[in-house]
Design a protein around this ligand. Sequence first.
Ligand SMILES: CC(C)(COP(=O)(O)OP(=O)(O)OC[C@H]1O[C@@H](n2cnc3c(N)ncnc32)[C@H](O)[C@@H]1OP(=O)(O)O)[C@@H](O)C(=O)NCCC(=O)NCCS
Length: 349
Amino acid sequence: MMDDTGCKHPAFRVREATAEDNAALLALDRACVVAAATPVAFDRSPNFFARSRAYPSWRVYVAEGDAGLIGVGAMALKTVLVNGAPLRAAYFYDLRVAPGFRRLGVAKALGDAIRGHTRSLNPAVGYSLVMEGNIPSETFVQDRGSRPLRSCALSLIPVEAVPITGLERVRPLEEADAMSVLRLARAAHPDHDLFPFADVESLCDRLHRLDGLGFRGLYGWKSGGSLTGCVGLWDYSPVMRMRIVGSEDAWSWAAGRDLHLVFLMPLGFQGPAGVADAVRLAAERLRQESGAGAARVLAVPHDLADPGYAALDAFRPIRLGFTLFGLDLGGRQDLSLGSRMAFVDPADL
Ligand SMILES: CC(C)(COP(=O)(O)OP(=O)(O)OC[C@H]1O[C@@H](n2cnc3c(N)ncnc32)[C@H](O)[C@@H]1OP(=O)(O)O)[C@@H](O)C(=O)NCCC(=O)NCCS
């Protein structure tokens, strides 16, 4: 296809992805190193769509050229809290274009299809997370109307680096504890926008969805007779393994190894020591299991300005930076998304 400036463009069509696209999507994802400040590559085998299963409602579009798939992009519909009130939000993710087909409008065409579907669902806001230094992606989302709202981080702590101290009175939690878990998760994120659990049903729904996706259990601890902290262990490796590309000093221990991220999700705590207790408990639980060959890493996403997560510094985490971008979709200019701290949902990473 030739445009009026004489440039050649690939012929491609955008359509909804199907299960038959899985192998091609896994290969496409592997070929798309995210060129951020710390470049990262992903392995999503065996199921590219597993990541989306954490959401109740999602859609994936692909761009298909003569020789196969050349691009992919996805959206999920979520109910989140914004300024304390539940709101429908669209989360945009998994945008990838094959290296040989970049800068030809493929991402734009995928973005248009996603935007069309999103509008039919009528959410009030849209948002995305872009790794710091990923200039193509940052430029892309801003050109399409998104604004940078918050600086966030994924704090990564190798399991082996956490000192063993032993947490007393830890017990496995069950679904019957869901209300206490939600209360604690809210206590840790009291005024945070994009908190994805508006009620106990949505929390239980998420936990059910993570069954078979690496969820390893929910634990809680008490102080003075009542539950004061809780943590879920979500081993993300059945969904995705991550590899740091390059050999920066901070990452030398990770060179050539697949990183198995374990998210602390849901995470609830009271007081400044709560998050550190959760890290110690998670590390202790994971050390009881074998994990030869893989580097197991506790992964804690958070708003960089959130003082609730300051206690993570004691573990000297390596931080991958992200920018939260937001987009007003419902004409509600009064939403002020970005003026409060954001909750960074592990499912969104
Ligand atoms: C980001 C990415 C999806 C863009 O795909 P693409 O098909 O090349 O993008 P498009 O051709 O549709 O570009 C649309 C606009 O995005 C911006 N853009 C895209 N690539 C850019 C680049 N390398 N530098 C600056 N701006 C860029 C431009 O504004 C561009 O419009 P223009 O070409 O008219 O100037 C692609 O680079 C990619 O797959 N990167 C690796 C994976 C990744 O980082 N995904 C995003 C994770 S958040």
